[in-house]
Structures are given as C-alpha cells and as structure tokens.
Design a protein around this ligand. Structure first.
Ligand code: NJP
Length: 228
C-alpha cells in the first residue's frame, strides 16, 4: 500500500529539514525550498534511512510556480514551515524586507494551502500544520513586521480550522520559542531549542487519534539566554 504524503516547506535546513527527516519514517516526503543542493542532500539522507523524499525546488512566493509544482500532489499532511525574519526596528527595516516577510510568512500560506487542501477535503482527511512563533502572541523590539506576520498566522490557522474541521481536516499551529537554526541573524543560540525538538512536537500533533485535534502547541526551552 502506498504511504501517505507529507509536504514540508522550508525543508532545505533548520526546522523544516528536521521535520522532514522525522516524518519520513511514516510519510513519503515532498521537500519544498529554493536550494536544490540542500534538498537533494536531504532526499539522499532519507533514502539512506529507507524512506522516500522528492525535492521540489520552488519559491513559495511565486503563485504560478506553487500551483504548477503542487498540482499533482495528494498530500495527507502539509507542514507550512518556511519563514524568514528581519528582526530590526521599524526605521531600520526596508520596504523590501517588510514585503518579503509578509510574502513568505503569510501570503504564501494562501497559495500553498490552497494547492493541497481541496484533495484533503475530498478525502475527508488531512492535516495542515503551520509553524508559528511565540512572537505570534507577544511583542518585542524589532518585531513590527515579523511578529505581525506571526500574529496573522495565528488568525489564519484558527479561522481555517473552523472552516475545515467538519470536512475531517485538522489544522494546527506549532509555536516555538527560540530555535538554534540559520533563522534571523543566524547567530549561535546554544541555550535554545534544537530544530529536532520542534520536529518532535510536529510529529506529536500529527499522532493524535482521528477525533482529537491539538490546535495550538507552544514549545519552549527550559533554559533561558544569559542576561549580559
Ligand atoms: O529558519 P531557517 P527556521 N520559498 O532560516 C525556506 C519559525 N520560527 O528553520 O529557499 C521557499 O533555518 C528556506 O529555504 P531556501 C520561522 O518563522 C523560528 O528557524 O532554500 N522556501 C529554509 O529552508 C519559520 O516559519 C524560530 O532558502 C523558502 C527555511 O525557509 C520556521 O520557524 C523561532 C523561501 C528557513 O530555514 C522555520 O524557521 C520561532 C521561499 N521564498 C519560529 N524563503 C527560530 N529559529 O528561532 C525561505 O518562534 N524559505
């Protein structure tokens, strides 16, 4: 019997890569990002573990490319993970940085989710997980746009959940605190969560019984950054 398919955006590194690896024991993976080399290395690692992963080289801010690339994909799971952060005060933020954050973190949810949701509804089964952030319910200096997009993600996920739950489709948001990845400045955060910790939370959200939904999950580390 064919295995169910999980599409993971932003799978070339960080949380998305760890999530693709984690889910590859139960799902065939469609790994989405712009970096072919990193996607192919992920696919090779998953194949080495006995799984299956297809590289899908795609800029999720290109609506036509998203529709074409995902047209034939029948996904049981979609992990909307790709995200970017230019974390700086409003007066230092360029218009281009603002627009790129809105396009990747929020507007791409429209295109990627709409490409895959119809088949979930027809099948009366599926699960859309979005990687949010603690910044989706709080404020910090340098977060005018980034936190704004993540607040929008919280609204998107709750509204979508209410729209599609009667069609048997689950919608969840997993909101991490700081995670040690290339995100933002890419500076080392040894005290932070590992990408694998967030991947594990995604796997737990997916593993609930058919009648149970974890809609919001916040994941934090127990260690805090040292105040300088
Ligand atoms: O970031 P990073 P994370 N089209 O930079 C992809 C949230 N979060 O794993 O295209 C397609 O290592 C990019 O691929 P590429 C955060 O908001 C994080 O930490 O090849 N893909 C790469 O695979 C985000 O939603 C922290 O460059 C595009 C991936 O996105 C999620 O976690 C804390 C793309 C980014 O990998 C993953 O972030 C928190 C495009 N146009 C929430 N643009 C944290 N790290 O501290 C980017 O609360 N990508």
């Amino acid at each position: 019997m064919p295995r169910p398919v999980a599409v993971v955006t932003g799978a070339s590194r960080g949380i998305g890569r760890a999530t693709a690896l984690r889910l590859s024991s139960d799902y065939d993976i469609v790994a989405v990002a712009r970096s072919r080399g990193e996607l192919d290395s992920l696919a090779a690692e998953i194949a080495g573990r006995g799984g299956a992963c297809r590289s899908c080289v795609l800029d999720i801010t290109d609506p036509g490319a998203v529709a074409a690339a995902l047209a034939d994909v029948d996904a049981q799971v979609l992990v909307n993970n790709a995200g970017i952060g230019y974390l700086k005060p409003l007066l230092e933020l360029t218009r281009d940085e603002w627009t790129r954050m809105v396009d990747v973190n929020f507007t791409a949810l429209f295109d990627v989710t709409r490409a895959l949701l119809p088949r979930m509804i027809v099948r009366q089964s599926g699960h859309v997980v979005v990687i949010g952030s603690i910044a989706g319910r709080s404020a910090f200096v340098g977060g005018t746009c980034y936190a704004g997009t993540k607040h929008a993600v919280m609204a998107f996920t709750e509204c979508l959940m209410l729209e599609v739950r009667d069609a048997g489709v689950k919608v969840s948001v997993v909101s991490p605190g700081s995670v040690s990845t290339h995100f933002g400045s890419g500076s080392s955060k040894s005290w932070a969560l590992a990408a694998e910790d967030v991947a594990s939370a995604v796997a737990q959200v997916l593993a609930t019984p058919p009648t149970v939904l974890i809609h919001r999950l916040e994941v934090r580390t127990l260690t805090a950054p040292k105040k300088s």
